[in-house]
Design a protein around this ligand. Sequence first.
Ligand SMILES: Nc1ncnc2c1ncn2[C@@H]1O[C@H](COP(=O)(O)OP(=O)(O)OP(=O)(O)O)[C@@H](O)[C@H]1O
Length: 352
Amino acid sequence: MHDETAPADRATAIRLIGLRKRFAAGGTVALDDVSLEVKQGEVFGIVGRSGAGKSTLIRSVNLLERPDAGQVEVLGADLLAMDEPALRSARRGIGMVFQHFNLHTRRTVAENIAFPLEIAGVPRAERAARVAEILPLVGLEAKRDSYPAQLSGGQKQRVGIARALASRPRILLCDEATSALDPETTQEILALLRELRERLDLTVLLITHEMGVVKAVCDRVAVMEAGRVIEQGRVFDVFTRPAHPTTRRFVAEVIGHAVPQGTLARLPRPAEGQVRQVVQVVFTGPHSTRAVVSEASRDFGIDINIVSGRVDEIAGEPFGVMALAAYGPEARVAAAFAWMRGLGLDVAEVSE
Ligand SMILES: Nc1ncnc2c1ncn2[C@@H]1O[C@H](COP(=O)(O)OP(=O)(O)OP(=O)(O)O)[C@@H](O)[C@H]1O
């Protein structure tokens, strides 16, 4: 498998090749030939609707779920070829964060964080030292001796993240880590993940059903549907030029529908002998939206009405979506849109 969107200058952290999984004979196929490559230091998102196969996929990375076929390579090691002791040791290099935190209610924050170290037989003093090191990383020094019931959702997830980091993993798997949190806390936790990625040189693989999470935190994304990866690439590219209809629907959830139906209905009619054509234009890169609209209007002798517009930033790059209604002789309107396409803008006709 060759993925040209993967940063070529970085080592591969996770390589999944041709994963297949069916839970019962004749049952639905949870994974249908899934291949992915995540590079070291990336935050890589897998997005999809419920049942798309995301959990099965992320759980395959540490073999909580064993695929029926395919290869799972983590930091260069073939996990499916390992015996139990080797696998246990490899798993210590892969932390996992869960949607519902999975904390021990009768253990304190410090005890929860130390728990995986205890299981691994790490001596008490070393465990305490490690906990003292991690608490400030997740901003929980003051909550060291609190119990989960005394914490907010965001704080609970910070404990979940701290626990996942206890064994100094190089890779962090996040299974819908923010789905149980409110939007503000979600942003805090996503910011924390990015910060930890920088400070600890982590590779983060996360699954989510929310494109907003992908937009906020990921470098690259794979979109899953019915056990398959239907599209993948850099987040900016997938958001600005989604190829698959399912991806387009996901993207629309975040950037909004550019053309409100009510507004369309109120547009003036074209004059006799003229047409009205509504398009959605995605502006990326160096194009100033105003210049493109005014230039098209002037040079092609047509009227352009801005129906709606929005400028946003994705993965640090500016990006705008605008709905335009053009009025004029059919050939000139068509020529204006062809000119815009020639500039590299994505111009899609909107049916009224
Ligand atoms: N343990 C299991 N036994 C039987 N079928 C399963 C099991 N786990 C998952 N499946 C099935 O596999 C398919 C993929 O499920 P999976 O949980 O991986 O999807 P998902 O995208 O993570 O969805 P969700 O967000 O709802 O968890 C679904 O059809 C699901 O019903």
